[in-house]
Design a binder for this molecule. Structure first.
Ligand code: LLP
Length: 391
């Protein structure tokens, strides 16, 4: 981070998420260009970061949305995503949310079970609409990622088991006001080795062959492309080319079929940094603790998935010392790193936790009645010191 940016943080109240809007746009352009080369359709998974400024930047690049709630659908539309570029997944869609999606005439429901299909059909009938539906298939591909973010194995709650598909397809065809348009898959998240995506292609090919899905125009292979959490400055952009090439070389689409993707983390992960202040440095019996004013309620990933985010001391050039970087929340899991080497930390230093653009702000809570974390954007107008102090 450049000195001017760090200077601009000095008088701001912490903690806050800082978004590098140039990097976001560069990433969006790279992903769009790589997808366009193959004629692929992109949908941004809002769950990664539904901040309106982020979603508007996504919409401005012509990227659609992948939503998982009625509120996400509304947010996407309000931020400029055309409803016909919105897809809607989730195992627990409520009747109200289904009605919102129908009223907005979104592109497609990614349907996860027979009971859900029946409810979609009945809400559509009641409201005089036709629901375009894709069946979410659980392809039983192990993404070899953290078990909490693996979604495509038979033990997960998501989608139809392959064996139930013929019955589900028949049910779609028999349900009035439902039009079956395609198949949907998603195997997991933070996948950095392309092998699970190759496995997914093989499963899709087998399925399409066995089911005779020639008439279904929509194939959606979900998201999951990972980012480099260890060296965000070396790899600020994921390798979108290699990712899409994997599908281009391995997946056999029928004529007239369009391939859709739902990328979340890979589009927004690297543009976000959580900026906090050191409150206290505490010399424990076995450890040095750098206690900062951000907690697990602001960034849950380290506590929930043992995720490792690079941490930097932005305002010290002292020789490095080892610290456990911890927050103020009353839980031992409220720890961002163990034994990390940082330039000696003093009270008031600005501490940056990097690569937090995805599943950072979106998973924040008010645990311990802490205020909901603030945000700051690289293209915000500069603030005067007096104004910053008042915020
Ligand atoms: N499509 C579906 C159906 C999904 O469930 C997800 C993510 C995505 C797309 C986007 O996946 P991405 O491209 O972002 O990997 N909170 C966890 C990640 C949970 C992912 C949930 N589903 C984390 O912080 O790592």
């Amino acid at each position: 981070m450049d000195t001017k940016t760090i200077e601009s943080f000095r008088n701001l109240r912490t903690p806050f998420y800082y978004y590098d809007m140039n990097l976001l746009d560069t990433t969006l352009r790279a992903a769009s260009a790589a997808a366009a080369r193959h004629g692929y359709e992109l949908h941004y998974a809002l769950k990664a970061n539904p901040n309106p400024r982020v979603v508007r930047a996504v919409a401005a690049r012509g990227i659609g949305a992948d939503c998982v709630s009625g509120n996400e659908i509304r947010r996407a539309i309000r931020c400029g995503v055309p409803p016909r570029q919105i897809v809607y997944a989730g195992v627990g869609k409520t009747d109200r949310e289904i009605a919102i999606a129908l009223r907005e005439d979104i592109l497609c429901f990614n349907c996860e079970s027979l009971p859900e299909l029946r409810v979609i059909g009945s809400v559509a009938r009641r409201t005089g609409r036709v629901a375009r539906v894709a069946l979410r298939v659980n392809p039983n591909v192990d993404a070899h990622t953290h078990r909490y973010i693996t979604t495509g194995t038979e033990e997960n709650k998501f989608g139809f088991p392959v064996a139930d598909l013929p019955e589900a397809i028949a049910a779609c065809r028999e349900t009035p006001n439902v039009r079956l348009v395609g198949l949907h898959f998603h195997v997991g998240s933070q996948i950095t080795d392309l092998a699970p995506f190759r496995d997914l292609c093989d499963r899709v090919n087998e399925l399409q062959q066995s089911l005779g899905t020639t008439s279904l125009p929509y194939v959606n292979v979900g998201g999951g492309l990972g980012i480099d959490y260890r060296e965000p400055d070396t790899h600020p952009l994921p390798d979108f080319e290699a990712y899409f090439d994997t599908f281009a070389t391995r997946l056999r689409l029928h004529p007239g079929q369009r391939l859709h993707f739902e990328l979340g983390r890979s589009l927004v992960g690297q543009c976000g940094t959580l900026v906090a202040r050191a409150l206290y440095v505490k010399e424990g019996a076995a450890k040095n603790f750098a206690i900062i004013d951000a907690g697990m309620n602001d960034l849950l990933r380290p506590a929930l998935y043992q995720a490792v985010h690079p941490i930097e001391n932005l305002t010290s050039a002292e020789p490095p010392r080892p610290y456990d970087v911890v927050g103020p929340v009353c839980e031992s899991a409220d720890r961002f790193a163990a034994d990390v080497l940082l330039p000696a930390v003093r009270r008031g230093d600005l501490i940056a936790i990097r690569a937090c653009g995805a599943y950072g702000e979106s998973m924040a809570s008010r645990y311990n009645l802490r205020p909901l974390v603030r945000t700051r954007f690289s293209d915000d107008p500069p603030r005067h010191a007096s104004e910053a102090a008042r915020q």
